[in-house]
Design a protein around this ligand. Structure first.
Ligand SMILES: [Zn+2]
Length: 332
């Protein structure tokens, strides 16, 4: 048993309370590689932002859970080395799908876990979440639950259609499950193809797809039921058009990729939404930089040569999100 406290990590409790009060949201960036981790830490330190580094089941499979744990510990030490006296870094399991997986993460030093029982019947979701909460709280680990279903594909999490969270269920769910935060479904979606073209309208000037707006009425109804309770948005990448264009220009093929407009996420950040998950935008930033570099420097083959601009591009994106979308800068 390794406690996250010994690794210098923190749970989400105080962080979320401050974010809800202060009208901003904490960035939750997924990571699988050293370059992503470095970019996340550099961005968080430079902007003085708390940050959630999250690991999906797919990331554990790709990078190995033990390595990711030591990378998170390394992230804390790296942040200190970069001049941050008291880094606020959470190591979070994204979309835990069983009690055993959550327990395994808690036992190896994660400070926060998500148990995603959103595909289960309501009562089973409560029972599974409560089981994880009972274990996690013994070790001061915070638990995110999910109610409602998001559309889209993220690692092994996939659903064809979304079902908005029902505001009339949230009080009962939060009370009986004991969760510390709740991921809700209001129209965000996993992946770089969040909406089918037929769900969108086309901007007559640019010909680009405009996605349907988020269901702010559902969000506000949930806030009213659970005042001050931390709300989480998954699938909140914006799929920046310039990165998609760069990828397509240098040999990629991402037709009609579409994300959540940043103005809507900015608006959500000011509400009880205190954690916003961003994964696809980092993948796009990395891939765009690598494709461009390799196309322009066909004779180069040292990974450091193309991973340096990839890391820089991700860092630029993380800083942009923190400062211009979530507002979590200058909070340390
Ligand atoms: Zn998710």
């Amino acid at each position: 048993m390794t406690s996250y406290k010994d690794l210098g990590l923190v749970n989400t409790k105080e962080m979320f309370a401050k974010a809800v009060k202060g009208g901003y949201a904490i960035p939750a960036f997924n990571f699988n590689t050293m370059e992503q981790m470095q970019a996340i830490v550099q961005a968080a330190v430079e902007t003085k932002s708390p940050v959630i580094m999250q690991v999906s089941k797919g990331a554990r499979k790709y990078a190995n859970a033990t390595i990711l744990r030591y990378m998170a510990q390394g992230a804390v030490e790296y942040a200190k080395e970069l001049g941050c006296a008291k880094p606020q870094i959470v190591l979070h399991l994204d979309h835990g799908d069983s009690f055993e997986l959550c327990k395994d993460c808690i036992d190896m030093g994660f400070s926060s876990v998500m148990i995603d029982g959103s595909s289960l019947p309501y009562e089973e979701n409560i029972a599974l979440t409560k089981k994880v909460v009972d274990y996690a709280h013994k070790y001061d680990v915070t638990v995110e639950a999910e109610l409602g279903v998001l559309a889209g594909v993220e690692d092994e999490v996939a659903s064809e259609v979304s079902h908005y969270t029902k505001p009339e269920e949230v009080i009962d769910f939060a009370k009986r499950s004991g969760c510390d935060s709740l991921a809700i479904s209001i129209g965000t979606s996993h992946g770089a193809y969040k909406f089918k073209p037929e769900q969108c309208t086309r901007d007559p000037k640019t010909g680009k797809l405009v996605p349907p707006p988020l269901a702010f009425d559902v969000l506000h109804a949930i806030e009213k039921k659970l005042p001050g309770f931390p709300i989480v948005l998954h699938g909140s990448s914006s799929v920046p058009q310039d990165e998609v264009d760069t990828i397509n220009k240098f040999g990629g093929k991402l037709p009609d990729a579409v994300g959540i407009p940043e103005e809507q996420l900015r608006e959500a950040s000011k509400s009880a939404v205190c954690k916003i998950n961003i994964d696809s935008d980092s993948r796009l930033a990395m891939t765009a930089a690598i494709r461009k570099y390799l196309a322009e420097n066909p004779a180069h083959f040292d990974p450091r040569q193309y991973l340096t601009p990839a890391r820089e591009n991700m860092k630029k994106m993380y800083i942009h999100k923190i400062v211009n979308v979530l507002g979590s800068n200058d909070k340390l």
